[in-house]
Design a protein around this ligand. Sequence first.
Ligand code: ADP
Ligand code: MG
Length: 372
Amino acid sequence: SATIKAIESSTVRLEPIHQIQSGQVIVDLCSVAKELVENSIDAGATTIDVRFKNQGLDSIEVQDNGSGISSHNYESIALKHYTSKLASYDDLSELQTFGFRGEALSSLCALSRFAVVTCTQEDAPRATKLDFETSGKLKSTGVVSGQRGTTVIIEDLFRNLPVRRRELERNIKREWGKVINLLNQYACVQTGVKFTVSQQPTKGKRMILFSTKGNPTTRENIINVFGVKTMNALIGMDLKVELVPTAGPLNKGKARADGSATEVRVLGHVSRPTHGEGRQTPDRQMFYVNGRPCGLPQFAKVFNEVYRSYNASQSPFIFADIQLDTHLYDVNVSPDKRTILLHDQGQMLDNLRESLVELFETQDVTVPVSQV
Ligand code: ADP
Ligand code: MG
């Protein structure tokens, strides 16, 4: 029949389909940065170097000193749904690593000129450069010198999706702002990681935009990224928000088996209400769930409202990591994993509001610096 024929003829054009699907995983500069940086973190890197050329329009390179990729995996890393991080389906609920879908490298391969240089501890100082076909198939390997770690090189992003490419070029100013903001967020939250972000114009010298020093605390990271003046206007926060299990439909099967309360911690730094340094823009309001940067508009709203009841003329700097049990949220709801679904969010927000008021009321009792 005609329908079957249509399906048959579309299956011979696998490559365009792969491109379209890849375009749903890698939607912009931020997705590229996010996927590559998270892979480096997952690989246990303590240095992560993000290098842009022409604000990412020419190239994006992420170099790390993580585990490297062993040779038996060269063939598969850029194939769709290949991941070394998910041992069984059950793991999805207790996810520790950022990646788990095996879609990022395969998608980047389909959407750019893509290469990897990698080296494991055993192979150093012999690194291997891997080149791939757009399908994700390994095309060639070559020996280069290098230390333990992995460099992923992305050139000419969206070269085969002309509409997307034009869109990126047209909106590059905004996209650039967003990607730097996202990298700021990773740099601030990743303690023990030396994070460097640099940019080189098409013609001109490479400039370091910001870097952290492998600090043990987020406090020092924030000083590296935003300056000591910003830090001095902040107070440490370590709020404990108790969650009593409810019988709501979202909460079904999520509450603790024994019915006891679950603790959620909100850890970080927020502007002192009495000492502002001017109205903070949204890029100075950073939210995380278990160290994973994410937009939490409802949480931001509570912070801003409570803050303004103390200081009506300012909005606060916020660095807030919501630490909670993995059974209290889902990350695997969207292909780009940006959306996080928190169960029982209403109760969390109510309790957060109370704890924040308490923090601002007793703000001379600040959290010892060593804890945050
Ligand atoms: P995922 O992160 O979901 O596993 P990716 O497509 O991002 O999928 O990566 C595919 C695989 O390539 C990873 O599972 C990992 O084994 C390997 N890999 C990717 N980036 C790195 C890196 N920076 N260091 C070491 N291994 C990496
Ligand atoms: Mg990944």
